[in-house]
Design a protein around this ligand. Sequence first.
Ligand SMILES: Nc1nc2c(c(=O)[nH]1)N[C@H]1C(S)=C(S)[C@@H](COP(=O)(O)OP(=O)(O)OC[C@H]3O[C@@H](n4cnc5c(=O)[nH]c(N)nc54)[C@H](O)[C@@H]3O)O[C@H]1N2
Ligand SMILES: Nc1nc2c(c(=O)[nH]1)N[C@H]1C(S)=C(S)[C@@H](COP(=O)(O)OP(=O)(O)OC[C@H]3O[C@@H](n4cnc5c(=O)[nH]c(N)nc54)[C@H](O)[C@@H]3O)O[C@H]1N2
Ligand code: SF4
Ligand SMILES: [Mo]
Length: 740
Amino acid sequence: MSAEPEVQTRITFCRICEATCGLEVDVADNRVVDIRPDPQHVVSRGYACVKGTRWGATQHSPDRVLHPMKRIGDRWEEISWDQAIGEIAEKIRRQVDAHGPATLAHFVGSAGGAILLSPMLRTALYEGLGSRRMYGTGTCDTMNKFRVNEEMYGAAMRLMYPDVERASFMLILGANPAVSGNTLYHLPRAQERLGAITKRGGRVVFLNPRRVETAAAGEHLFIRPDTDVFFLAAFANELIQGDHIARSRIDTHMKGFDALVAAVRGWTPERQAAVTGVPAETLRELVQAHAEASARRDGSGGAALYMATGVNQGRSGSPCFWLLEAINAISGNLDRRGGTLLGSGLIDMGEAMKELGTSFDRQDGFPTVSGLQPSGMLADDILGDAPDRVTAMIVEASNPLLACSNPDGRLDRAFESLELLVSIDLFRNEAGSLAHYVLPAQTWMERPEMPYALQSFAGACPTPYLIYADPVLEAPPDVRPEWWIYLRLADALGVPLFGKRWVSALAKTYARLCFGPLGRFLPGPEKIIDGMLKGAGFPGTKAMSREHPHGLLLPPNEGDNFLGTERVLTEDGRVDLAPRPVVEAFLETAEDLYREELETRDRLKLIGIRQIKRMNTASSNNPELVREKTNYAYLCPEDATRIGVRNDDPVDVRSAHGKIRIPVRISRELMPGTVAIPQCWGHSKADGLRHATTHPGVNSNLLAGDGPDHIERLSGMSHLSGILIDVEPARDAHDERESA
Ligand SMILES: Nc1nc2c(c(=O)[nH]1)N[C@H]1C(S)=C(S)[C@@H](COP(=O)(O)OP(=O)(O)OC[C@H]3O[C@@H](n4cnc5c(=O)[nH]c(N)nc54)[C@H](O)[C@@H]3O)O[C@H]1N2
Ligand SMILES: Nc1nc2c(c(=O)[nH]1)N[C@H]1C(S)=C(S)[C@@H](COP(=O)(O)OP(=O)(O)OC[C@H]3O[C@@H](n4cnc5c(=O)[nH]c(N)nc54)[C@H](O)[C@@H]3O)O[C@H]1N2
Ligand code: SF4
Ligand SMILES: [Mo]
């Protein structure tokens, strides 16, 4: 009889979403036995969601890709890494030699954000080859913020976060942190921490077309999708007209105030109310409450506005973020306790990445923001007839066919036409199924790591802390980290890396050896993290995992460390309250958009929903999380009655770009005129996701547009939220059922 394998408990942190909650993992025989929240984690303190605690079923899924795979017709063949790297490099070489380096593109997804060491080597490979065709889901979630930060503060990574622990007023637009784990600043236990503001006598107000789960922490107001820009303009105007501004702070540290005043003049509470649905008196009352919280100087004051993907994905993501940051700044809350703060992490990311700012090397005039081209142009860039159109692509940690706008399946057709498609993933998802090669990656449990760059490097973290975790599991023998794949490709392609021959040669030699018999004599990738930690004056990786496995708390950020310092990276050291390109875009588009909103007030608009059991498309193959066979279109009782549908009735949803059929759920959470469909469903085509394809649901992004008219000019962000739609009962389906 064999002995029971010994169970060991390891402490780590989850990397599925940005909350990076602390976890205790029981491991036996290199397998996860149980995952629990880590009660001792310095910030998440015993909180974790089901995606984290049920990760085991993904980790050990029978569908996981464990060897490099090559598609031959509709068959998949296991091949060696040497063969995979050799063949892929040769195909890249052929495309690049024939049509130039721009023919090779890259696409990185949300899971890529958690992979600490991949970006360095990915960037080095593409730079070495001379291709700037980097795309990613960053233009589905957040590039508007990076663009505006660059314009206002001088660098994309000058990212302010609300001082949640001390604010007494927060207005949150287009976010649902209790479910999403929040984005661009670290906020595990969001519900509790936001609820604490209400408990200490402050206010947290959610502005959202859906009464979201997190709103239980405070108050909720409906706003018509994609109209936030009018609300924010009126909010700024009202603040200015009421003289609730920090005049001396503005005079000393900012510029462009008069241009801001002029830009928002005329946007009255009444005017915005006609399209947003937020009553004028409600806006006035909010401005008053905000002003009172801002004015309190006894240590209990401070106010912060925050917005996330719901607003970013509208047509005015950049103007919205500019107005929001301007409100935080002119009200005296920027760089103030209880307001919005700039963190500091292991490095000065703003300074380090300043060079990567916005560039304009695309012929169509769309910007490349922080190195990312608009994902909404990808189908055009592949299917177009430019001599250097994209013919080869590496997709890392993403499923663009479900995640990106894919009008009527156009992106599928684009991917199908590629000469070379490589997917680096844990599974063969939709993109992987169309790929020529699928390269198996390590999971976060198999990597040594610190949390997301914005948290660890830039310190976007209301309770600053550091954490490092060794791998919890040993990776299966034939899977590889992304950085290794890029190094091996660079080696096979003869691409120089990092601009220095000896560094390039050393790195490539390392990659050749590190998974071979000599590997155990070489330092591992944690050495790089070790160097970063020690370089910033902290304990190294060994000491961190031994002495601070639950995290090392750092001193709180007290503010007053940004304005007037060299951390403001604009040329003159002042915050620009009216950056020209953003103000111009606002002035050029606002009146037209307003008119359009007035004209379409009676039509339905589509928004998405993030669900606690699903992480984009990445958890849909986890049978412990996904039991429902489909997603639903949620709408309010009034709209359901008008359309003539009841729960579970199928409806046809049409936009200018496509049509889907989906069953209905009636929900009082939705604002009249709004239909919400959880995104990132629709797994009908993946040949490597057996659970997901039997619980497919419908891909709402077939309704989103792509191409120049559906992208925000300033940031390249795709328009994914607030899409005009028509909904009607699916007549033929209804008739079929009646006659059955
Ligand atoms: N309508 C609508 N559409 C949206 C959104 C919306 O709000 N509404 N949200 C958008 C947003 S914000 C985003 S970020 C995108 C998300 O879209 P994607 O970034 O494409 O995210 P996923 O679908 O989760 O794909 C992640 C893939 O990474 C793989 N993966 C997981 N971990 C690893 C790893 O460690 N290494 C590697 N190599 N692979 C890994 C998973 O198996 C999965 O196939 O969707 C966007 N789409
Ligand atoms: N459980 C879970 N967690 C996730 C993810 C997931 O798929 N599932 N995805 C991760 C990713 S990639 C990201 S980027 C983050 C995103 O994090 P969040 O931005 O917090 O994501 P959501 O929960 O989608 O919140 C967006 C909110 O905007 C609202 N909204 C839609 N349109 C509008 C509008 O026009 N105006 C306003 N004011 N509100 C609007 C929606 O109702 C929704 O509540 O979440 C991450 N965490
Ligand atoms: S909230 Fe995010 S980080 Fe925390 S356990 Fe869930 S998925 Fe993991
Ligand atoms: Mo995202």
